[in-house]
Design a protein around this ligand. Structure first.
Ligand code: 5GP
Length: 291
């Protein structure tokens, strides 16, 4: 067996300081858990970025939850097959999922957020509404992946994650999408994990997607609220689509035809809103998230 590394006095001092800081940080986080200020999900999220939290023992974490205590923590760990010395960073994906589910059921859960799906014909103004909502701060707005090429005013990671056809196919096969659909020759999809995460943290989530995708979301998550945005008049929609200088004339014609079909889908939706004024639509969506 090799000898332990020889540390200089300075290195020892630094190691001690680091350990003290980690203990302090863990105590701080545990006290927040006890007071109900943060949830088990917040801790799992913190553990992804902070070594001090990643190295906390699962036992210590569970015991610090108000109302759990040593006995319940132990029986829970036995049931989920988590060894007593396991640290958060060593939890398997399934164990994390089971722990989450356990606490979603109990009164320790943060109330999950609302999932609103905003859909409607292309050109009706969904993205303007989504942008306003993101800025108002009431919603976490999902950023989709797409195989479409970026328009001149779009930024990767902000407007979309622009991916190749191969990467999109990989994501489909790896079940990384909550829903995905083809629209006007390109594929668009909602990354699942980020949406789930935001909902579990209690954030209201908004998806701004086309109709086939909205239907898939409802099938997977029946508690989602599907909102259909209608133009005040058909003429208004035509003029918006015609005025879109970023599309070629063929693409605009194609989109007009699609929009006609899309308008017929309104009856499938939980709520229909007329986009006469962006501010009023935004207000109504915020109201829906409180219901
Ligand atoms: P655009 O190319 O104009 O940005 O978007 C075309 C259509 O795709 C819009 O109706 C938009 O709402 C929709 N879309 C954007 N992201 C997604 C997505 O992740 N899934 C689905 N199904 N549609 C999306």
């Amino acid at each position: 067996m090799g000898l332990p590394p020889q540390l200089t006095a300075e290195q020892r001092q630094q190691a001690l300081l680091k350990a003290a800081n980690s203990r302090k940080r863990r105590a701080e986080v545990k006290s927040k858990m006890k007071n109900g200020e943060i949830s088990i999900d917040d801790i799992l999220l913190l553990a992804k970025n902070e070594d001090a939290i990643a190295k906390m023992r699962v036992k210590e974490l569970l015991e610090s939850l108000s109302g759990v205590g040593k006995v319940r923590a132990q029986s829970l760990m036995e049931r989920l097959n988590i060894s007593p010395s396991r640290r958060i960073q060593g939890l398997g994906r399934l164990q994390v999922k089971q722990l989450r589910e356990e606490f979603m059921k109990s009164d320790h859960a943060v109330k999950p957020g609302k999932l609103l799906v905003l859909s409607g014909p292309g050109g009706v103004g969904k993205s303007t509404v989504a942008k306003e909502l993101r800025e108002a701060g009431d919603f976490w707005v999902s950023v989709s992946a797409t195989t479409r090429k970026p328009r001149s005013n779009e930024i990767d990671g902000r407007d979309y994650f622009f991916v190749t056809d191969e990467e999109f196919t990989r994501m489909v096969n790896a079940d990384e999408f909550l829903e995905w659909a083809e629209f006007a020759g390109n594929r668009y999809g909602t990354p699942l994990e980020k949406v789930e995460h935001a909902l579990l943290l209690g954030r209201n989530v908004l998806l701004e997607i086309e109709i086939a995708g909205a239907k898939q979301v409802k099938a997977h998550l029946p508690q989602s609220v599907l909102v259909f945005l209608e133009p005040p008049t058909w003429e208004e929609l035509v003029s918006r689509l015609e005025g879109r200088g970023t599309d070629s004339p063929e693409r605009r014609a194609e989109r007009l035809e699609l929009a006609q079909e899309e308008l017929a889908a309104a009856s499938f939706f939980d709520v229909v809103l007329v986009n006469d004024q962006v501010k009023s639509v935004v207000g109504k969506l915020i109201e829906l998230s409180h219901n």
